[in-house]
Design a protein around this ligand. Structure first.
Ligand SMILES: [Zn+2]
Ligand SMILES: [Zn+2]
Length: 169
Protein backbone atom coordinates (compact mmCIF):
# COMPACT_ATOMS: atom_id res chain seq x y z
CA UNK A 1 0.00 0.00 0.00
CA UNK A 2 1.64 3.25 -1.12
CA UNK A 3 2.01 5.85 1.60
CA UNK A 4 2.53 9.56 1.87
CA UNK A 5 5.05 11.50 3.87
CA UNK A 6 4.36 14.76 5.66
CA UNK A 7 7.28 17.17 5.72
CA UNK A 8 7.26 19.50 8.71
CA UNK A 9 8.93 22.85 9.08
CA UNK A 10 10.09 24.25 12.38
CA UNK A 11 7.41 24.36 15.10
CA UNK A 12 6.05 21.10 13.63
CA UNK A 13 3.99 23.00 11.09
CA UNK A 14 3.29 20.84 8.03
CA UNK A 15 4.69 22.40 4.89
CA UNK A 16 4.42 19.59 2.39
CA UNK A 17 2.78 16.24 1.73
CA UNK A 18 4.65 13.98 -0.64
CA UNK A 19 3.95 10.62 -2.16
CA UNK A 20 6.62 8.06 -1.24
CA UNK A 21 6.32 6.18 -4.50
CA UNK A 22 6.40 7.66 -7.99
CA UNK A 23 3.14 7.53 -9.92
CA UNK A 24 5.10 7.16 -13.13
CA UNK A 25 8.55 5.82 -13.97
CA UNK A 26 9.77 6.72 -17.40
CA UNK A 27 12.88 5.32 -19.08
CA UNK A 28 14.45 7.04 -21.99
CA UNK A 29 17.80 7.19 -23.75
CA UNK A 30 19.84 10.09 -24.93
CA UNK A 31 20.33 9.52 -28.64
CA UNK A 32 23.63 11.38 -28.77
CA UNK A 33 25.38 9.86 -25.75
CA UNK A 34 23.54 6.57 -25.63
CA UNK A 35 22.97 7.10 -21.90
CA UNK A 36 19.87 5.55 -20.36
CA UNK A 37 17.91 7.76 -17.99
CA UNK A 38 15.11 7.18 -15.53
CA UNK A 39 12.56 9.85 -14.66
CA UNK A 40 10.44 9.32 -11.58
CA UNK A 41 7.32 11.42 -11.10
CA UNK A 42 6.16 12.13 -7.57
CA UNK A 43 3.04 14.03 -6.59
CA UNK A 44 3.61 16.71 -3.98
CA UNK A 45 1.25 19.07 -2.20
CA UNK A 46 3.01 22.20 -1.05
CA UNK A 47 0.96 24.20 1.46
CA UNK A 48 2.11 27.46 -0.08
CA UNK A 49 2.27 26.58 -3.75
CA UNK A 50 -0.36 23.88 -4.10
CA UNK A 51 -0.14 20.76 -6.19
CA UNK A 52 3.19 20.04 -7.86
CA UNK A 53 4.91 17.16 -9.59
CA UNK A 54 8.49 16.49 -8.62
CA UNK A 55 10.50 14.86 -11.37
CA UNK A 56 13.62 13.05 -10.19
CA UNK A 57 16.02 12.11 -12.92
CA UNK A 58 19.01 9.79 -12.71
CA UNK A 59 21.30 7.90 -14.97
CA UNK A 60 20.30 4.25 -15.03
CA UNK A 61 22.32 2.22 -12.55
CA UNK A 62 23.42 5.26 -10.58
CA UNK A 63 22.22 6.72 -7.34
CA UNK A 64 21.30 10.37 -7.01
CA UNK A 65 20.70 12.78 -9.81
CA UNK A 66 18.73 15.94 -10.32
CA UNK A 67 15.15 16.85 -9.64
CA UNK A 68 12.80 19.68 -10.46
CA UNK A 69 9.15 20.53 -10.00
CA UNK A 70 6.44 21.32 -12.50
CA UNK A 71 2.78 22.19 -12.09
CA UNK A 72 0.49 19.30 -13.13
CA UNK A 73 -0.83 21.23 -16.13
CA UNK A 74 2.65 21.06 -17.65
CA UNK A 75 2.59 17.25 -17.80
CA UNK A 76 2.06 15.44 -21.05
CA UNK A 77 -1.00 13.29 -21.56
CA UNK A 78 0.70 10.01 -20.76
CA UNK A 79 2.02 11.24 -17.40
CA UNK A 80 -1.40 12.67 -16.59
CA UNK A 81 -3.07 9.36 -17.30
CA UNK A 82 -0.56 7.55 -15.09
CA UNK A 83 -1.27 10.11 -12.38
CA UNK A 84 -4.97 9.51 -12.75
CA UNK A 85 -4.60 5.72 -12.53
CA UNK A 86 -2.19 5.74 -9.59
CA UNK A 87 -4.62 6.92 -6.90
CA UNK A 88 -1.97 9.44 -5.90
CA UNK A 89 -4.29 12.42 -6.14
CA UNK A 90 -6.83 10.82 -3.80
CA UNK A 91 -4.13 9.74 -1.38
CA UNK A 92 -2.54 13.18 -1.13
CA UNK A 93 -5.89 14.94 -1.00
CA UNK A 94 -7.07 12.76 1.89
CA UNK A 95 -3.88 13.50 3.83
CA UNK A 96 -4.06 17.25 3.18
CA UNK A 97 -7.71 17.24 4.23
CA UNK A 98 -6.85 15.43 7.45
CA UNK A 99 -4.10 17.96 8.23
CA UNK A 100 -6.32 20.95 7.47
CA UNK A 101 -9.02 19.52 9.70
CA UNK A 102 -6.58 19.05 12.57
CA UNK A 103 -5.25 22.57 12.11
CA UNK A 104 -8.77 23.98 12.16
CA UNK A 105 -9.56 22.08 15.33
CA UNK A 106 -6.43 23.46 16.97
CA UNK A 107 -7.16 26.99 15.87
CA UNK A 108 -9.07 27.98 18.98
CA UNK A 109 -6.26 26.95 21.25
CA UNK A 110 -3.71 28.77 19.10
CA UNK A 111 -5.56 32.05 19.30
CA UNK A 112 -5.26 32.90 22.96
CA UNK A 113 -7.82 35.09 24.64
CA UNK A 114 -5.96 38.40 25.03
CA UNK A 115 -8.12 39.58 27.90
CA UNK A 116 -8.94 36.23 29.54
CA UNK A 117 -6.71 36.04 32.61
CA UNK A 118 -6.57 39.75 33.06
CA UNK A 119 -10.31 40.24 32.99
CA UNK A 120 -11.48 41.64 36.28
CA UNK A 121 -15.02 41.99 37.47
CA UNK A 122 -16.75 44.61 39.55
CA UNK A 123 -17.25 43.37 43.09
CA UNK A 124 -20.63 45.11 43.22
CA UNK A 125 -22.32 44.06 39.99
CA UNK A 126 -20.00 41.54 38.31
CA UNK A 127 -19.52 43.44 35.05
CA UNK A 128 -16.12 44.28 33.55
CA UNK A 129 -14.06 46.26 35.98
CA UNK A 130 -11.61 48.77 34.63
CA UNK A 131 -10.84 50.49 37.93
CA UNK A 132 -9.59 49.67 41.35
CA UNK A 133 -10.54 51.36 44.60
CA UNK A 134 -7.51 53.04 46.18
CA UNK A 135 -8.70 52.14 49.67
CA UNK A 136 -9.92 48.56 49.58
CA UNK A 137 -8.23 47.57 46.29
CA UNK A 138 -11.40 45.93 45.04
CA UNK A 139 -12.17 46.05 41.32
CA UNK A 140 -15.04 48.24 40.22
CA UNK A 141 -16.80 49.08 36.97
CA UNK A 142 -17.42 52.59 35.61
CA UNK A 143 -20.80 52.75 37.32
CA UNK A 144 -19.54 51.65 40.71
CA UNK A 145 -16.46 53.81 40.75
CA UNK A 146 -16.31 57.36 42.00
CA UNK A 147 -13.64 59.58 40.57
CA UNK A 148 -12.25 62.27 42.79
CA UNK A 149 -9.14 64.41 42.93
CA UNK A 150 -6.74 65.38 45.64
CA UNK A 151 -6.11 69.02 46.26
CA UNK A 152 -3.05 68.59 44.01
CA UNK A 153 -5.30 67.37 41.18
CA UNK A 154 -4.15 63.78 41.43
CA UNK A 155 -6.94 61.47 40.28
CA UNK A 156 -8.38 59.13 42.88
CA UNK A 157 -10.71 56.22 42.30
CA UNK A 158 -12.93 54.86 45.05
CA UNK A 159 -15.67 52.34 45.26
CA UNK A 160 -18.92 53.88 46.51
CA UNK A 161 -18.56 52.37 49.94
CA UNK A 162 -15.06 53.71 50.52
CA UNK A 163 -15.88 57.09 49.00
CA UNK A 164 -18.76 57.78 51.35
CA UNK A 165 -16.74 56.51 54.26
CA UNK A 166 -13.95 58.91 53.26
CA UNK A 167 -16.38 61.80 52.99
CA UNK A 168 -17.74 61.12 56.47
CA UNK A 169 -14.28 61.00 58.03
ZN1 LIG B 1 -20.32 47.56 39.02
ZN1 LIG C 1 -13.31 50.54 48.26
Amino acid sequence: MPSVRVVHGKDEIPIMVRDEEPFFVEKWSDVETGNEYINEYYLVFDFREGLLVEIAQRLEGSIGGISWEVTPNRLDLESLMRLNDSGSLERIRAKVKEIMQRLTENLDSLFFDPIGDRRRICYVCGSDALHECIRCNKDVCDQHAIFAETEYEEPLTYCHECFWRAVEE
